[in-house]
Write a protein that binds this ligand. Structure first.
Ligand code: G4P
Length: 291
């Protein structure tokens, strides 16, 4: 039953080999990799093969969509990365919150590299950044926020392959214009489920009812006040109910009926998932360090 329920997940088509090759070739041009992950699901939205792909290049992590994550959980993730000696910055690329930390953090991580470029005789060294992340994690939003209009002229610099375009971020920082689109951990059902809950996998390839039933089961284990208030429920109302029972409760409470008085559970399912993703049930982080 457990596995049947999870069959709403159909994975991204496999462009993996091409992407892998592209990242491996781009990596030679850059000084630091910036991995964007979703602060609500830092494990599921990170890439299992990234460490191997980027070899010894330094990495900076952006915990994006922190506006939708539990603040305390995000702090725990920052500490978790810090223990691994990886700098992680909570950001909201939609509003731009937290992004003022980006340039200073890159400069600080690459301070030695910058000095060694100067020691080699470069008067004004440029540090180069590549963005990577799974689909829908916020790569374009980040690039739109941080990139200046002007693009550096590729032809003028030795050692840079023609065809690569660079955005200027600041006088000493440039960013490769094409982000590396990574794949998540395909073989883990929880990963798929969490990606689907947060909307990283588009609903048109999902069975929305099964998804909402699973999500409601999770909510019923850890109900937030916002969730209970939204549907005028008490903790005892949800006790011993199945996810499907809850979906029917939601449908009834919202008057979602079809002919014959039956509850339109498909509409109720869409409503549940939309409201969760809009933060109407509170800021919910689905994954904590050490779990
Ligand atoms: P990608 O390039 O990695 O594929 O992701 P993209 O930037 O296109 O972002 C995917 C969706 O996530 C977009 O929403 C975007 O607005 C939203 N998003 C990105 N960063 C943040 C963030 O920090 N907080 C919040 N709340 N949302 C973020 P969309 O539904 O596709 O479009 P729209 O809602 O902006 O119209």
């Amino acid at each position: 039953m457990e596995n049947q329920n999870k069959q709403y997940i159909q994975w991204f088509p496999g462009h993996m080999t091409k992407t892998r090759r592209q990242i491996q070739s781009d990596i030679k041009l850059i000084d630091i990799v910036v991995e964007i992950i979703d602060a609500r699901i830092p494990v599921s939205s990170s890439n299992p093969d990234l460490a191997e792909l980027i070899q010894n290049k330094p990495k900076l992590v952006l915990l994006n969509k922190c506006d939708k994550a539990n603040r305390n959980a995000t702090k725990q993730w920052v500490d978790y990365y810090s223990k691994l000696e990886i700098k992680a910055i909570p950001v909201d690329c939609k509003s731009g919150k937290g992004l003022n930390q980006f340039v200073p953090s890159v400069r600080s991580i690459l301070a030695d590299k910058f000095k060694s470029k100067q020691a080699k005789g470069m008067k004004n060294p440029i540090l180069r950044v590549m963005i990577v992340g799974i689909p829908n994690v916020g790569k374009s939003s980040f690039i739109n926020r941080i990139a200046k209009q002007t693009r550096a002229k590729v032809e003028d610099r030795p050692g840079v392959t023609r065809g690569n375009q660079w955005y200027t971020i600041s006088k000493d920082l440039e960013m490769l214009d094409t982000p590396g689109v990574l794949w998540p951990k395909f073989d883990d059902m929880t990963v798929g489920e969490h990606l689907a809950f947060t909307g990283a996998i588009k609903d048109n390839i999902l069975d929305i009812e099964l998804l909402a039933v699973d999500f409601l089961e999770l909510m019923m284990k850890h109900p937030t006040q916002e969730f209970l208030q939204r549907f005028k429920l008490t903790e005892s109302d949800i006790k011993d109910k199945s996810g499907y029972d809850m979906l029917a409760v939601v449908g009834r409470k919202r008057g979602m009926l079809i002919s014959g008085g039956e509850i339109d559970t498909e509409r109720a399912a869409s409503l549940v998932m939309d409201e969760y993703r809009d933060g109407k049930f509170g800021n919910i982080t689905l994954e904590y360090p050490g779990e």
